[in-house]
Design a protein around this ligand. Sequence first.
Ligand code: PLP
Length: 440
Amino acid sequence: MQDVVAEDKKWFMQVYGSQPVVFVGGEGVFLRDALGARYLDFSAQFSACSLGHNNQELVNALKDQMERLICVSPMFVTKERVQLARMLARLAPGGLGKCVFGCTGSDANEFALKVAKCYRGGGKIISFWRGYHGATAGAAAATGKAETIQTDRRIAELLPAGFIHAAPPYCYRCDFGRTYPECELFCLKFLETQILHEGEERIAALIIEPVFAAGGVIVPPDGYLPALRRLCDKHGVLLIFDEVVTGIGRTGKMFACQHWNVAPDILVSGKALTGGYIPGSAVIARQDIGEALDSVVLHGHTHSAYPLMCASAIKNLEIILRDRLCEHARDVGEYLKSRLLELKSEFPVIGDVRGIGLLQGIEIVRDPSTKEPDHELGHVLFEDFLSRGLITELESRKNLNNCVIVLHPPLITQKEHVDMAIDIMRRSFRACLGTRRSET
Ligand code: PLP
C-alpha cells in the first residue's frame, strides 16, 4: 500500500490530504483495503454513498442505462430527465415544482444563487458562519468557514462580492453567549437587524443548511427554521435550503426541512441524490421562480442532466422509498445517538453529542466546563479510529473554535454496525486517553 500512497503523492495534487490506506473494494457498509482489512465506512463518501458499496440493484440499473443511452447534450429532452424532475417535484416539500440538474453540490448552489438573483433582480446573499456550500466561487463565498478560501490571499480574489454572513444557531457555542429557549432566538433578532441595516430591498436570498454538516453537525433549536421562514417572508428575502448533505433520507426524512414542516423557495440536493456512484445534483425551485428562469439561458454544464445520472438518481430514490430507508435512518440514527451519549457519559472529553438521523457528531473538548476544543485529540482519535477499522470525518478548525468528529454512514447501516463502531470508538478513547495520561 505504501508504494501506491507514495505514487499518489507524486502524481496527484494533495488537496484533500491523504490517509495511508488504499481501498480496493467495498460491500454494504464496509470497505476493503489492499491488504484485505475491512473498514466500517461511517463517512460514506462524505454522505454520498447512501445505499452502501456495491449495491447490485443500483449497479445493474447503471449497466442497463449504459447499454441504452449515456450521453445526450442537455439541450435535448430525455425521458430520464423528465422522470427525475417529476419525481423530485413530488418528493420536495411545499409544492416546489421546477428542477434543473447539475454535477456537484457546489454547481447546484451556484445555480440556486443565480436563480434567486435573477428572480429578484439582483441583490446580496445572506449565508452563515460555519455553513459550507462548496468549492466553486459563489458557493465558496457563501461558505462561512473562513480558512478554506477567503483568507488565502493567493486565491481569495476569485470570490465574488455581495455576501453577508450571519450567526449560526449553534447553541453549544452561542455567538451571543445566550441559552435556548430563554434567548428567544436572539440570533434571529440580530439577523433581522442585519437585514434592516443592509436594506431588505438589496437582499436577494438567504442560504442555509437545515442542519449544518461540515460546520460541526449543528442542529437548530426547534423554533428556528419556522421563525427564519417568517423572517424571510416579512422582508421579501428568498429562502434557499442547501440539502446537499441533509437531503435524500440522511436525517430520517427525505429532506431535513420536513422535520420542521418548513419549505424553502429553492432547495438544493446533491451527493446522495444519485446514490453516490456517479455525481449528480439538483435545484428544485418554486414553480413561479423556475418559470421566470425558463427564458434565461445562463447556466449549465456539459454533463448537466445526462441520462446516466438521471437513471442513477431515479433507481436510488426508488430503492430508498421501497425499502423505507428514511424511516430506517431515523431509527438507526436514534440508536446511534443513544450509544454516542453512553460514550459521552464515559468520556468527559466528549463535550456534546448532536445530530439527527444518520448524521451525528461528537464535539471533542479539553474540559466540558470550559468547552475549549481539543484539536490535537480530535486528530489522534480520527486516525486511531481509522487504524482500528472505522472511517469517520473530522471537522477540526482552530479559527472556528470547534473540533467535531462526524458520523454519517450509509442509510442501510444496521444497529449491529453501530455497535461495532461504538466498540471501536470506546477502545480508541481508552487507548488515546490512556496514552495521554501516561505521557503527562
Ligand atoms: N453543500 C453542502 C452542505 C456540503 O456539505 C457540500 C460538500 O460537502 C457541498 C454543498 C458541495 O458539494 P460538492 O462537494 O459535491 O461540490
